[in-house]
Write a protein that binds this ligand. Structure first.
Ligand code: SF4
Length: 264
């Protein structure tokens, strides 16, 4: 069985506890307007031209985004960092795209990691069937879980899918007793309104276990990729949120008793 991966980042420190290896898997069922990894969305690998500088000259080179790996190949790469995981309390994080889209491959890799006692994190949109989420939870120590908007219609407008399944799966993982860190990408004009924040807080307060909350302020890094990949960037004119407002949002969650981080 093969999986398609578009990047592997070593020594990552924002994708879960300790020093981690983050595996970026291709394919995403959502199409968020602000996505800073638009190359992740298509499931299959594709080629694209990019400019590289060599000896002061600019050269056009062809880059292929996405590469196939077998379970064994990926496990060998993960195992190379195991000493760092052990020393730092880290492990491997599967991100994307939506890693659960390549479900059979991911499940097998997660299982192999747990056989080796490697800590596993899945960074998910939550947009996957409940049956798959429950099976993945068997071999996942921690979920990084995106919460984008509490209003179904707005969620659908800006991401392409509704939020019902996403909220149901978050509830499911909580019912299963899984550790969850909620990730809230703060996008001006989309989900930064007080009403949405209060609805989000009310939803989280119904969970049995209190998740950590990471606030990820919108940034424009990655917007150039839309031009490169011939995609429409719909966020033109949207500014990054002011630090004071990000701090206010962080205070809202921390005053409600949540452990909050900003930017990771
Ligand atoms: S869920 Fe993440 S990877 Fe998928 S489109 Fe949205 S921002 Fe991009």
């Amino acid at each position: 069985m093969k999986g398609i991966i578009f990047d592997i980042k070593h020594y990552a420190i924002h994708d879960g506890p300790g020093i981690r290896q983050t595996v970026f898997m291709k394919g995403c069922p959502l199409g968020c307007w602000w996505c800073h990894n638009p190359e992740s969305r298509a499931r299959e690998p594709f080629s694209s031209q990019k400019t590289e500088k060599m000896d002061g000259r600019e050269l056009q080179v062809t880059e292929t985004i996405g590469k196939e790996y077998s379970v064994e190949e990926l496990i060998q790469i993960i195992e190379k960092d195991q000493v760092f995981f052990e020393e730092s309390g880290g492990g491997v994080t599967f991100s994307g795209g939506e890693p659960l889209l390549q479900f059979d491959f991911l499940l097998e890799v997660l299982h192999e990691c747990k056989k080796r006692d490697i800590h596993t994190v899945v960074d998910t949109t939550g947009y996957v069937s409940q049956a798959k989420m429950e099976r993945a939870a068997q071999y996942t120590d921690l979920f990084l879980y995106d919460l984008k908007h509490m209003d179904d219609a707005l969620h659908r407008k800006y991401t392409g899918v509704g939020n019902e399944l996403i909220l149901d799966n978050l509830q499911l993982l909580d019912d299963l007793g899984k550790e969850i860190w909620v990730r809230y990408a703060l996008i001006p004009g989309f989900n930064d309104q007080e009403e949405n924040l209060l609805n989000m807080l009310a939803f989280l307060q119904k969970l049995k276990r209190q998740p950590k909350v990471s606030i990820l302020p919108y940034h424009k890094i990655g917007s150039h990729k839309y031009h490169r990949f011939g995609l429409e960037y719909k966020m033109n004119g949207v500014e990054e949120p002011a630090k004071e407002y990000v701090d206010e949002v962080a205070d809202l969650f921390s005053e409600a008793g949540y452990e909050v981080s900003v930017g990771g």
